[in-house]
Write a protein that binds this ligand. Structure first.
Ligand code: FAD
Length: 499
């Protein structure tokens, strides 16, 4: 037992990407962290398409970049969409943004059983005490101060025990009820009230190189399909149905999914020689009501919600793991700063909440416009620039947003790209001039929207590069707000860089 009757500094509930990330980033500061996960890993989870901000930002800080390389996950260069008014598929690459150019231009498609295991093993290596098959039943509240100060858990033996801690983090995803203890309601979106029906196939077709690892999203009259190549053989396939088409998922799940595939010609063609996996963790056809929601409150004294426990947005741009790991970083900064002393809990957690809500709102507001099927991609790019208030070109604003880099945080991009925008931009300009075979299908996008602004934007970015500007993360996002410390793992007041 520690001072003041606490067993740990922090108890983290849930060992998904959010829980593993926050516990590692707090333990790396020497604090005592206990992570409780109700399942035994590896366990199945949906959410397989990752963004560069997770792979080259958060995973770099966690120290798992090499583990990811060795896992041989499918490299994901961007997305290919049959979506909106354009009857032809269009492709974007992360490399279209100077934030993700060069080595950071690819993310991964991952089998979550393996990805989540890598993050959890890393947490253990970094000093987190991890207990699997241990559920948190409730949080404990100090009757005098009304502060959350621990959890009631149930271990593999079924015996309930109390554990006391200075902070409890709820990273238990969308299903648990712990979030109710923060106070306030979970508000469900009126707009995104979809349902997903999904399974796995072997032997599906691949997009032509260099885009074979891209996520493919195809709209059809009932909603849209995702088609995610997880390995050369295995593909994750899911239909996201609009509220007015929910009856098409009724009855036998296999029949419903196969019928829906036949209603979407491009997906039917890609799966024409494929067979559905019927055994093991990929053998089940699953349903998820992926209704989007956001909590009215993200924290109360002693308790913070992060990842899906706090909010969830429609998966069309694969933002879930990005939001989970980014919110983990924001919450870890708050906890690390309070534990170090000097800034109070309210100021630190308000900073976490404002920034997490801001990132969520960007995806939400952009996605509302993206679901208007009467627009073409140029209109979507314009909307991305508007919701992110970005000075970059429209297509670059779009790629920054959907790559998870629009918050201008150095922590979310590779260091090479936060300090060398000029060089990265030069690389882009050269790509525009390359032959189609080398540059890939998306060169047309570059030519039509980016190339128009190359000389104007290029000049601006070259000047910024020469002046040494990297990101504007040193500007607070609200009056009296905090900024990331130089180590990226605490908050500082803007006038007092520390860390
Ligand atoms: C249809 C669909 C498609 C999606 N596609 C994508 C995608 O392509 N890319 C993407 O990035 N995201 C995607 N997502 C979102 C993604 O699944 C989630 O955002 C992400 O998994 C959230 O991570 P997390 O760590 O917050 O929660 P989780 O991954 O859910 O982890 C929570 C953990 O907490 C544990 N737990 C729960 N209750 C307790 C308890 N009481 N005690 C102890 N442990 C507990 C659970 O067992 C689990 O391991 C998709 C979501 C849906 C619904």
């Amino acid at each position: 037992m520690m001072d003041n009757g606490y067993d740990y500094d922090v108890v983290v509930v849930g060992g998904g990407p959010c829980g593993s990330t926050i516990s590692t980033l707090v333990a790396m500061q020497g604090h005592r962290v206990l992570l409780l996960e109700k399942e035994r890993f590896p366990r199945y989870q949906i959410g397989e398409s990752l963004l560069p901000s997770t792979v080259h930002g958060i995973c770099r800080i966690l120290g798992v970049e090499e583990d990811l390389r060795q896992a041989n996950f499918m490299p994901k260069r961007g997305g290919t969409f049959r979506w909106g008014a354009n009857p032809e598929p269009w492709t974007f690459s992360f490399g279209l943004s100077s934030k993700f150019a060069g080595d950071a231009a690819t993310a991964y498609q991952v089998e979550r059983m393996r990805f989540d295991q890598i993050l959890l093993d890393n947490a253990r290596r970094k000093g987190v005490e991890v207990r699997e098959e241990t559920s948190v039943v409730d949080v404990l509240v100090d009757a005098d101060t009304d502060r959350v100060d621990g959890v009631l858990l149930s271990g593999p033996d079924g015996v309930r025990r109390e554990v006391r801690s200075r902070f409890v983090v709820d990273a238990s995803g969308n299903k648990s009820r712990i979030h109710t203890r923060v106070g306030g309601q979970r508000r469900y979106s009126e707009f995104f009230r979809n349902l997903a029906l999904f399974g796995y196939f072997e032997g599906g077709k691949r997009l032509p190189a260099p885009n074979r690892g891209n996520i493919l999203a195809v709209a059809f009259d009932a909603g849209w399909f995702w088609y995610i190549p997880l390995t050369d053989e295995l593909t994750s396939v899911g239909a996201v149905l609009m509220p007015e088409a929910l009856d098409r998922a009724q009855g036998d799940r296999e029949k419903a999914l196969l019928d829906l595939i036949q209603q979407c010609p491009m997906i039917a063609d890609y799966l024409s020689d494929a067979r559905r996996v019927t055994e093991g963790p990929y053998g089940e056809i699953r349903v998820r009501k992926d209704y989007s929601y956001i909590q009215e409150k993200f924290w109360r004294p002693g308790l913070v919600l992060a990842g899906d426990a706090a909010c969830f947005i429609d998966p069309v741009f694969s933002s879930g793991v990005h939001l989970a790991t980014y919110s983990a970083l924001l919450a870890a900064r708050s906890i690390n700063t309070v534990l170090r002393g000097g800034v109070d809990e309210t100021t630190c957690f308000e900073e976490f909440e404002v920034r997490y809500r801001r990132e969520y709102a960007r995806f939400h507001d952009f996605l509302v416009a993206f679901y208007d099927m009467h627009q073409d991609e140029n209109s979507y790019f314009w909307k991305a620039k508007k919701v992110t208030n970005n000075v970059a070109s429209e297509v670059e604003s779009f790629v920054e947003l959907v790559g998870g880099g629009s918050s201008n945080e150095a922590a979310l991009v590779s260091p090479a790209n936060s300090g060398r925008r000029g060089a990265a931009y030069q690389e882009l300009a050269e790509m525009v001039a390359q032959p189609v075979q080398e540059a890939g299908e998306d060169r047309d996008l570059l030519r039509s929207t980016l190339a128009r602004s190359v000389s104007k934007e290029g000049t601006r970015i070259q000047i910024q590069a020469e002046l040494g500007e990297s990101t504007d993360e040193n500007i607070p996002v609200r009056d009296g707000g905090l900024v990331p410390s130089t180590d990226g793992l605490h908050w500082s007041t803007p006038s007092q860089p520390a860390g």
